[in-house]
Design a protein around this ligand. Structure first.
Ligand SMILES: *[C@@H]1O[C@H](CO)[C@@H](O)[C@H](O)[C@H]1NC(C)=O
Ligand SMILES: *[C@@H]1O[C@H](CO)[C@@H](O)[C@H](O)[C@H]1NC(C)=O
Ligand SMILES: *[C@@H]1O[C@H](CO)[C@@H](O)[C@H](O)[C@H]1NC(C)=O
Ligand SMILES: *[C@@H]1O[C@H](CO)[C@@H](O)[C@H](O)[C@H]1NC(C)=O
Ligand SMILES: *[C@@H]1O[C@H](CO)[C@@H](O)[C@H](O)[C@H]1NC(C)=O
Ligand SMILES: *[C@@H]1O[C@H](CO)[C@@H](O)[C@H](O)[C@H]1NC(C)=O
Ligand SMILES: *[C@@H]1O[C@H](CO)[C@@H](O)[C@H](O)[C@H]1NC(C)=O
Ligand SMILES: *[C@@H]1O[C@H](CO)[C@@H](O)[C@H](O)[C@H]1NC(C)=O
Ligand SMILES: *[C@@H]1O[C@H](CO)[C@@H](O)[C@H](O)[C@H]1NC(C)=O
Ligand SMILES: *[C@@H]1O[C@H](CO)[C@@H](O)[C@H](O)[C@H]1NC(C)=O
Length: 880
């Protein structure tokens, strides 16, 4: 999603881009670790996406039956105009939320409020700022993921939000430089899938519709939209295309979306980019076939903000809601609204498709119990002023727009807990940590330890890197209610112990730094690396990071301090991987911690770990490699097809992150799944139990026909703009402007041949998809085939938490060495043993077979491993 240019207008944070990008990125695209699988390795720029029509109508399958019964009853009362109203946003800045659709005042159904999102309610006040998704992944803790989802959902609900625009599984994190990876969870699809499901259940149990985004292949910020690229002087006619083969799609990028659908996510946001040269919001294969067909998604698909590129095309390809409704922001024109009414009346979009859009939207609304929620929208996204215009762009409707409702409850405690539970201890020489607080002189170094001189919200959408990194930038940000800095929290800690503490937060005050480092008993060095969404350029980083090194001279700072202090502890706040190879072996660096992007309680969370109130138990949700090239994948920083759509072919297939380094036999600095504790654990007694389940059955037969509601009358005069209301400027309406349809549409391409793809209007029963059958895919994919148990013993002297991990080798020539398939975070007291238990499902040991378009268990020997990281595979057994 895009920006709110008018909130906290601050120009200084956007810095001029280096004019010579060629100099910056002489060879920014390297081929990547080419997959041994020819299907991926042979991908080219010419890849296309096959058509699939008609768009599957929701059936109310799985847990959706009740919601569908109510939704059908509701929608059957609606007029054509009212149904169109539900599908189309009123335009950018037309109402108070970042997106709102049309209302049905006749039945008392208010306009739905769509609001960002993944770290807290955006563009308001008295909301919490939660830890980022990448931190949640690092906890490997399902309970914390759920609790965070529920708390975020409760805050959105309290502000009057209907749809929280998160969580994120796209980007998955193909390349560590990807600007928005931190909004999502991990480049591992299983870890991301589990965290997606927990977050969705939390949000929706709080009574708010979740939105799984951005579907799909949204793996970089550069070139995601042509107009945005133009703002950075890149001339391209279309968004980049992520070219992904069918097997990689299923085994990697689609996997967590399947989990989201299985968790009954109410909405899915289609992405800006093209996939195989077809736009995300009109790609019939991805929306109709995969999402609504194979995954049996019952909710609604909404466009990312300005990601819609056609009216009839997107409707038939499976889009259900146009956001924010206008063709481009604040143009007052729309692909839907009036145009969708026209398209139904001219028999281009069948009315069953419109009914299906409306039913899907209303069903999601009922599914999460919005009918029991009566909290009005009580904030405004475009200003924090108490009074202002309800219709911001039109300057109309002056009144009370911000009630400043405090929705935070006790969430600060949970945020502090997730912050410490997500802090990964990477190095701890001779028990340098935990500190006692009685160190004679504690020295704190780093811009990243202190505050932003302009305040925690001093840069619009957090588009700068000043002070400690509590949150990264873009539409995934929110306003801080406060930000506890490490400097403050550590100072409090030391003062409580009568110690001495000094801090230097100017990374370039080298004289003072040298003097303090030489005197310190312990030096705590805080460094960071930031990134965000592509509409903001910070220090030449257009969303995506230009490099994997530390920002603000962080590397020099660490070197300067550690050269003079033999008890230097490095704390990294970063959006993802950074290069730490120089520090892992440096004897003066006695400890390294990765604390991610922890949110408002940052300082308290890190102090809890540093001073031993919390024993670290988090594990790396990505690989920390020695060099950028070691990852094998990278982003595209310069257009590679002239002015045509840039092409990024995912030739590495499923080999990203640890799968890539394993395949290339590259030693990482710290591997995926790695993390230390203040205690130690041993692993023993692996036991694998086979469970008897029947054979895997393909889903067969036909769907029902498209549900038929009474057809709307076709006489155009009934749909004209009502004479008794005053039009709000730039507002998007569903009405006709004229009884002549073509005049109403005001479209240059009106009535061009070839608008309706073959089968697009067919409402007759359709073949069911073999790998489908229920939300999330064929239910038998989730049958448990094996149960794995192991014993984990705490051999140290303090209670600790261990994330035991289960990996599988699928054994085929194109399979990664191992893939994560399960984990459990166990709290274990000294000398006690806990049981580790993971269920292995059919999906876990299957590969996607492109020939049969189904999951199959190959004949290759499957080996399971249980261990403490992706490279410490301590126990193993083959599956019978
Ligand atoms: C940009 O940098 C490259 C590599 O240093 C150089 O060859 C080229 O001449 C530069 N272009 C401009 C316009 O300065
Ligand atoms: C980029 O080019 C430089 C100089 O030609 C080379 O040394 C370096 O290895 C290249 N990097 C990658 C990732 O290909
Ligand atoms: C369509 O939605 C707009 C905006 O919420 C509302 O003003 C209008 O009355 C709605 N039209 C109908 C026919 O319900
Ligand atoms: C784009 O090019 C124009 C004209 O050369 C220049 O004024 C502007 O600063 C450039 N913008 C960026 C973001 O580089
Ligand atoms: C209908 O859609 C076209 C683009 O396909 C757009 O140019 C036109 O303005 C739209 N009509 C209305 C009334 O918004
Ligand atoms: C703020 O951050 C930017 C980079 O994001 C940096 O260039 C600038 O020097 C910083 N300003 C202060 C006061 O730290
Ligand atoms: C990496 O990017 C950051 C942020 O723009 C910058 O501060 C740093 O100097 C860059 N590192 C290198 C080695 O260029
Ligand atoms: C480690 O710190 C000591 C001072 O305590 C210094 O003399 C030494 O050179 C440092 N070693 C390194 C590798 O920086
Ligand atoms: C670190 O330096 C201090 C003072 O210079 C010294 O007393 C101590 O033994 C050193 N520790 C190590 C582990 O070298
Ligand atoms: C029907 O209406 C839509 C929306 O305005 C338009 O794009 C399409 O060209 C029209 N088709 C026909 C056959 O009139």
């Amino acid at each position: 999603m895009w920006l709110t240019p008018l909130l906290f207008v601050a120009a200084s944070f956007v810095q001029a881009q280096d004019g010579n990008t060629t100099a910056l990125f002489p060879n920014a695209t390297y081929p990547g670790a080419v997959s041994p699988d020819p299907a991926a390795a042979e991908l080219t720029a010419g890849t296309t996406s096959p058509p699939f029509y008609p768009s599957p109508w929701g059936s109310g399958s799985g847990s959706w039956a009740d919601a569908y019964t109510k939704a059908r009853a509701f929608v059957s009362q609606l007029t054509l105009i009212e149904k169109v109203n539900l599908t189309t946003g009123v335009g950018w800045e037309g109402e108070r939320c970042v997106g709102q659709n049309g209302a049905v005042p006749r039945l008392g159904f208010r306009s739905m409020c769509m609001q960002d999102a993944p770290m807290g309610v955006r563009d308001t006040d008295f909301n919490s700022v939660f830890p980022a998704g990448v931190n949640v992944a690092a906890t490997f803790d399902r309970g914390l993921a759920y609790a965070r989802g529920q708390a975020m959902g409760a805050e959105h609900r309290g502000k009057g939000v209907d749809v929280q625009l998160g969580p994120v599984a796209g980007p998955l994190g193909r390349s560590p430089e990807g600007g928005r990876n931190w909004e999502g969870f991990s480049p591992d699809p299983v870890l991301t899938g589990i965290m997606m499901a927990q977050t969705i259940e939390g949000i929706q149990n709080a009574g708010v519709i979740a939105c799984a985004k951005h579907y799909i292949g949204n793996e970089q910020e550069h070139f995601r939209q042509a107009p945005e690229a133009a703002g950075f002087n890149f001339t391209i006619t279309d968004s980049l295309s992520s070219n992904i083969d069918d097997k990689t799609l299923h085994e990697l990028y689609l996997w967590p979306f399947a989990d989201a659908v299985r968790a009954n996510v109410g909405s899915v946001m289609c992405s800006y980019n093209q996939i195989n040269n077809s736009y995300g919001c009109q790609n019939s294969y991805l929306l109709n076939y995969l999402l609504k067909g194979e995954l049996d998604f019952q909710g609604f698909v909404m466009s990312d903000w300005q990601a819609q590129h056609s009216g009839v095309g997107s409707a038939l390809a499976g889009l259900d809601m146009s956001m924010p409704g206008d063709v481009l922001f604040d143009t007052g024109t729309t692909f839907w609204g009036t145009n969708l009414t026209v398209a139904v009346l001219n028999d281009t979009v069948p009315e069953w498709r419109l009914n299906d859009m409306a039913i899907r939207i209303i069903a999601a609304w009922y599914l999460v119990g919005r009918d029991n929620t009566s909290i009005p929208i009580n904030f405004d996204s475009w200003t924090l002023d108490t009074y202002g215009y309800q219709h911001f762009v039109a300057n109309e409707g002056y009144g009370l727009i911000n009630e400043h409702v405090d929705v935070r409850a006790e969430h600060g405690k949970l945020i502090r807990q997730i912050g410490s539970a997500s802090t990964v201890l990477l190095k701890n020489t001779n028990n340098a940590l935990p500190l006692t607080g009685k160190e004679k002189l504690t020295a704190i170094f780093g811009n990243d330890a202190g505050g932003n001189p302009n305040g925690p919200n001093g840069c619009s959408d957090r588009g700068c890197d000043n002070g400690t990194l509590g949150m990264a930038w873009g539409s995934g940000s929110a306003n801080f209610p406060y930000l506890v800095t490490p400097e403050t929290a550590i100072q409090n800690e030391v003062l409580n112990n009568m110690g001495a503490v000094e801090s230097i937060t100017d990374n370039f005050a080298s004289t003072q730094i040298a003097s303090l480092a030489g005197r310190a008993s312990v030096a705590l060095v805080f460094v960071n690396a930031d990134s965000g969404e592509g509409f903001i350029n910070v220090d030449g980083n257009i969303g995506d990071r230009n490099n994997l090194t530390l920002w603000q001279g962080g590397d020099t700072l660490i070197q300067n301090v550690s050269a003079l202090c033999n008890n230097t502890i490095v704390v990294v706040h970063s959006v993802g991987p950074v290069l730490l190879g120089n520090y892992s072996e440096n004897p003066n660096i006695t400890a390294i911690l990765w604390a991610g992007v922890p949110g408002e309680q940052s300082g308290n969370s890190i102090a809890d770990v540093l001073y031993g109130r919390v024993n670290p138990g988090a594990k790396l949700p990505f690989t920390l490699a020695a060099t950028r090239e070691d990852y094998g994948t990278d982003l595209l920083y310069l257009p590679n097809e002239g002015t045509d759509a840039p092409q990024v072919s995912f030739t590495e297939g499923v080999f990203i992150d640890y799968r890539s380094l394993d395949e290339a036999e590259i030693q990482p600095v710290y591997e995926f799944g790695y993390g230390l504790s203040y205690t130690t654990f041993t692993y023993s007694k692996l036991q694998v139990t086979r469970r008897d389940t029947g054979p895997y059955l393909s889903t067969t037969g036909l769907t029902s026909a498209a549900p038929s509601l009474a057809s709307s009358p076709k006489n155009t005069s009934g749909y004209l703009f009502p004479s008794n209301i005053t039009r709000i400027p730039l507002y998007i309406y569903p009405y006709l402007n004229s009884t002549d349809l073509e005049t109403s549409a005001n479209e240059t391409d009106y009535d061009l041949p070839g608008f309706v793809p073959a089968g697009g209007q067919d409402g007759s029963p359709q073949p069911r998809i073999a790998a489908g059958g229920a939300p999330g895919g064929n239910p038998q994919l989730y049958d448990v085939l094996y149960q794995v148990d192991a014993s984990i013993t705490n051999t140290g002297s303090v209670t600790g938490e261990e994330v035991a991990q289960l990996y599988i080798s699928l054994g085929g020539p194109y399979d990664p060495k191992v893939v994560l398939r399960g984990f459990q975070r166990l709290s274990i007291q000294p000398n006690m043993t806990a049981n580790f238990h993971v269920d292995i499902t059919r999906r876990d040991i299957s590969n996607w077979d492109t020939a049969t378009q189904n999951w199959v268990i190959s004949n290759y020997t499957k080996t399971i491993y249980v261990g403490s990281s992706s490279r410490k595979l301590l126990l193993n057994s083959t599956l019978s």
